[in-house]
Design a protein. Structure first.
Ligand SMILES: *Cc1c(COP(=O)(O)O)cnc(C)c1O
Length: 357
């Protein structure tokens, strides 16, 4: 047999994305919504899909969807780029503004896909550190920008996997610094609807800022694969050149539109999760674990007396699956639990109490 062709170097070194999909009763590992979207949404979606012209390509510019998303923020369609999940949004951003000879900077620990997608797009990764309690340290930002002049700088607020929110002042300052050296700031707000402040209010035609959001977490639609980016028209126009033609299929576009007809029910889901997050955080703070304050739909914690692996396995043995971050750099011993339904959260807390005993 002839020798198999190897992937290009940066890919050969890569480690793929893993989150085990185990068969358990309580799944609190990927920050999905525990509730299905409203029934009225599912009915309307089914009816609309029956009318799709399946022999035709879908709307290439997804104009209706982009117009409706833009209206949520007082923007216009030209300020919105929609794609198959915010991961595809970020990938397109890096294919456009990253690439060979360019750098992307991120502050670890943060969402693993920021560095992963940078590598895939042959962008040089500049991994800087967060300060104590995972806050952004502005002195570090200044150093990194001065030394590396990254084309793209990522923030993630609320940050995954820590749940920590960047104060508005931090985001404003980072934006000023990025603007000064001619880069682009991307604030990943996958969990934005769970938090108080949004960088959306800093957007402007002459501001080098983009904000990515997704239907996956807040809007109970991880299965639909729909995310979007808000930004200046000149950025969106470049992204549209790079993304594959007709990348957003007809069903996804319709799902995105129909969801916007059910916003108040979507918002009720967010409110329920926020109040459950408070309850779970409070319960965790009564246990022998360190807990970080979260403004997302998950909470990061670290058992004080047991290893993360032990506790994770103890929970799996009780049919509760959470995210084991304990071997991730900078997160030694940490576990991340997604907020579920009241019943799921109770089952998690009871199982955790048993395991920690
Ligand atoms: C889940 C997540 C995403 C990606 O979500 P999609 O399902 O691809 O829209 C992006 N950023 C962060 C921080 C996430 O946690």
């Amino acid at each position: 047999m002839t020798e198999r062709i190897a992937p290009r170097d940066s890919v050969a070194l890569m480690d793929g994305y893993h989150s085990p999909q185990l068969d358990v009763a309580v799944r609190l590992n990927t920050n999905e919504s525990p509730e299905a979207p409203p029934e009225a949404f599912t009915r309307a979606l089914t009816a609309r899909i029956a009318d799709v012209d399946w022999n035709r390509y879908p709307s290439r510019d997804a104009a209706e969807l982009r117009t409706r998303i833009a209206a949520l923020y007082g923007l216009s369609a030209g300020n919105v780029f929609a794609a198959n999940g915010s991961n595809e949004v970020l990938q397109t951003l890096l294919l456009t503004y990253g690439g060979p000879g360019r750098r992307a900077a991120m502050f670890e620990p943060t969402y693993a896909l920021h560095s992963h997608l940078s590598r895939i797009s042959a962008t040089t990764v500049v991994e800087a550190e967060r300060g104590p309690d995972f806050a952004i340290d502005l002195d570090v930002v200044r150093e990194v920008l001065a030394e590396h002049q990254p084309s793209v700088v990522f923030l993630c607020s609320p940050n995954n996997p820590t749940g920590v929110v960047d104060p508005p002042e931090t985001i404003r300052t980072v934006l000023d610094l990025v603007a000064d050296h001619g880069g682009l700031l991307c604030v990943d707000e996958a969990y934005g609807q769970f938090a108080e402040f949004s960088a959306v209010e800093l957007l402007g035609e002459d501001v080098p800022l983009v904000v990515s959001r997704t239907y996956s977490k807040t809007w109970a639609m991880a299965a639909a694969r729909l995310g979007y980016l808000l930004g200046p028209r000149w950025v969106i126009a470049e992204l549209e050149k790079v993304v594959l033609p007709y990348h957003l299929d007809a069903m996804t576009q319709i799902a995105g539109l129909v969801a916007l007809d059910h916003l108040s029910e979507m918002q009720e889901r967010v409110e329920r999760l926020r109040s459950e997050r408070q309850r779970v955080s409070a319960a965790l703070s009564e246990l022998p674990v360190d807990v970080w304050p979260s403004e997302a739909n998950f909470v990061l914690f670290r058992p004080q007396e047991r290893s993360g692996d032990q506790v994770w396995q103890g929970l799996v043995d009780r049919s509760v699956l959470i995210r084991n971050c304990s071997s991730w750099p900078r997160l030694e011993g940490c576990l991340r639990v997604t907020i579920g339904t009241v019943a799921e959260n109770n089952r998690f807390l009871e199982s955790l109490r048993e395991v920690l005993q």
